[in-house]
Ligand binder design. Structure first.
Ligand SMILES: Cc1ncc(C[n+]2csc(CCOP(=O)(O)OP(=O)(O)O)c2C)c(N)n1
Ligand code: SF4
Ligand SMILES: [Mg+2]
Length: 252
C-alpha cells in the first residue's frame, strides 16, 4: 500500500469529467481500494463500455484497459477472464451501459457466477449523450426524453443481480467513501460474481434538467433517495418514487 491513490492514475491524464461529477469521486475510491489491497495493477484488467462511466478506467487508470462497444463490457471481461484466469478482472461502467443496453449480459454473468467484479457508476441517466431516461431513472425525474417526468419504476440493480445469483452486491453513494472503498475491496476478494453500485450524481445533465442549479442540490437530491439497510428493515424510511437501500447484500 502506497497510501497515494494518485500513483495509479495514467501519467499526464486529464480527468475527463465535469466539475462536481460523481464519477471522479468513484475513481478515487476505486483506486484507494486497489492501493489498500496492495494489488499488482499489472495483474489487473479493467473493462468498460461507452459513456462517461466508461471513462473511469480508460483513460484514467494506468493499467491494461479494454474500452469496448456500448453495452458489451461484460462479455469482453468474461472472455478475457476465461482466457487468462489469473487476471483480476473488473468491469467499471455506467448504469445505461450495464443495465439498459447491456442488461442481459449483467444478469447472465451473475447467473453463471462469472469470476468478475462489476462496478456500476449509477448517475440515473445517460450522461454522455445529453441526459436521456434509463432503467435507473427515478419516477418523476425530468430527462431529455421524459420532459414531463419519468413514468416508469427504475431497476433495483442490487436486487436484480442478487436474484440472478450474484454472490455479493453492495450499494453506496460516492459520498460514503469508507463504505464504498470497503465494499469494492470485499467484492474484488470474492471468487465468483460480485457487484458494487455507486450512486454517482451527474450535475451537468441530470441536475440541470431537474432544475438543480448547483452541485450541492444534486448531491442533496440523491441523498434524499437513499436509506440504510437498517432503516429499511425497521420500516422507518420513506423516499420519493424510488428507495435505494444502501448496504451490503450477500447470497448465502
Ligand atoms: C450501440 C450504441 N448505441 C448507442 C450509443 C450512444 N451512447 C453512447 S454512451 C450512451 C449512454 C451511456 O450512459 P451510461 O452508461 O449511463 O453512462 P454515463 O454517460 O451516464 O456515465 C449511449 C446511449 C452508442 N455509442 N452505441
Ligand atoms: S455529463 Fe454528467 S456523468 Fe458525464 S462527466 Fe458530466 S457530470 Fe459526469
Ligand atoms: Mg449513466
Amino acid at each position: 500500500m502506497s497510501g497515494d491513490w494518485k500513483q495509479l492514475l495514467r501519467p499526464g491524464v486529464t480527468l475527463p469529467f465535469c466539475p462536481g461529477c460523481g464519477h471522479r469521486i468513484l475513481l478515487r475510491h476505486l483506486l484507494t481500494a486497489i492501493d489498500e489491497l496492495g494489488l499488482d495493477i499489472d495483474r489487473m484488467l479493467f473493462v468498460s463500455g461507452i459513456g462517461c462511466g466508461g471513462w473511469i478506467p480508460s483513460p484514467c487508470i494506468n493499467a491494461d484497459t479494454l474500452h469496448c462497444l456500448h453495452g458489451r463490457a461484460i462479455p469482453f471481461a468474461v472472455g478475457a477472464k476465461t482466457a487468462n484466469p489469473s487476471l483480476t478482472t473488473l468491469v467499471v461502467s455506467g448504469d445505461g451501459d450495464l443495465a439498459d443496453i447491456g442488461g442481459n449480459h449483467l444478469i447472465h454473468a451473475a447467473r453463471r457466477d462469472m469470476d468478475i467484479t462489476v462496478i456500476c457508476a449509477n448517475n440515473m441517466n445517460y450522461g454522455m449523450t445529453g441526459g436521456q431516461v434509463c432503467a435507473t431513472t427515478p419516477v418523476g425525474a425530468v430527462t431529455h426524453t421524459t420532459p414531463s417526468g419519468n413514468a416508469y419504476r427504475p431497476f433495483d440493480l442490487c436486487a436484480l443481480v442478487r436474484a440472478a445469483g450474484a454472490r455479493y452486491a453492495a450499494r453506496y453513494l460516492v459520498t460514503q467513501g469508507p463504505q464504498l472503498v470497503s465494499a469494492i475491496k470485499k467484492a474484488i476478494g470474492i471468487k465468483g460474481f460480485s457487484f458494487v453500485e455507486a450512486i454517482s450524481p451527474c450535475p451537468t445533465q441530470f441536475g440541470r434538467q431537474n432544475r438543480m442549479d448547483n452541485v450541492k442540490d444534486v448531491y442533496d437530491y440523491v441523498e434524499s433517495l437513499v436509506v440504510s439497510r437498517e432503516a429499511a428493515a425497521a420500516g422507518t424510511a420513506t423516499t420519493r418514487g424510488v428507495t435505494l437501500v444502501t448496504g451490503e447484500f450477500e447470497n448465502g
